[in-house]
Ligand binder design. Structure first.
Ligand SMILES: CC(C)(COP(=O)(O)OP(=O)(O)OC[C@H]1O[C@@H](n2cnc3c(N)ncnc32)[C@H](O)[C@@H]1OP(=O)(O)O)[C@@H](O)C(=O)NCCC(=O)NCCS
Length: 168
């Protein structure tokens, strides 16, 4: 029922469609805006570059329909940064978000994983806590965001994710 597919730059149209939907549906959740990714900013080259510069991008399908997305890259300190997380409203509460976060954690392997989330985004904060992320203070880049981190050890201990799910 839930299928996770990693995208390549050739899949840019699929990513474009969902990302524009995400920016339209939840503008307050993201640093990017729909205006930046439509009109003159909406070019094949730019979408391809996005899928190249960020090395891990997945779409999660729910009952055969593209229903969620997430991306990840490794920062200068070796921390995996989870970005562009979104689940379509029709698919929320059905495990699509869990599949997306789990895909990033699998890709991260033994590395720490970090993310930034708007301070009032309770649904996202609950989701990340459930996967073992802990608050790491105010974002240095945006006063309206908090940083959340999931330590390396969480990735290394088998079943730590399940334990984290129950802990909060
Ligand atoms: C954040 C998001 C990905 C979560 O997807 P989801 O499918 O609803 O995820 P879950 O079903 O795991 O729900 C997450 C938690 O939020 C809770 N929740 C759902 N809607 C909520 C709301 N409006 N307010 C507060 N909590 C809410 C759920 O009950 C669940 O809590 P629990 O862990 O205690 O059970 C989705 O809401 C979304 O795409 N939002 C818009 C984009 C966004 O915020 N992206 C994240 C950027 S950091």
């Amino acid at each position: 029922m839930i299928e996770v597919r990693e995208l390549r730059p050739d899949d840019w149209q699929m990513w474009r469609r969902l990302r524009q939907e995400a920016l339209s549906d939840a503008p307050a959740a993201f640093g990017s805006t729909l205006a930046e990714w439509t009109g003159p900013g909406d070019t094949e080259g730019r979408w391809r570059a996005r899928l190249t510069d960020v090395p891990f991008n997945v779409i999660v399908w729910w009952r055969g329909i593209p229903a969620g997305m997430v991306g990840a890259y490794v920062d200068e300190e070796g921390t995996v940064e989870l970005i562009s997380m979104w689940v379509a409203p029709f698919a929320r509460g059905r495990g699509v978000a869990d599949a997306a976060v789990s895909a990033v954690l699998d890709w991260a392997g033994g590395r720490a994983v970090g993310l930034s989330v708007k301070v009032d985004n309770q649904a996202a904060i609950k989701l990340y806590r459930r996967h073992g992320f802990a608050d790491a203070g105010r974002s240095p880049d945006d006063a309206g965001e908090r940083r959340m981190l999931r330590s390396m050890s969480m990735n290394q201990i088998p079943d730590a994710r399940d334990a984290a799910c129950r802990a909060d």
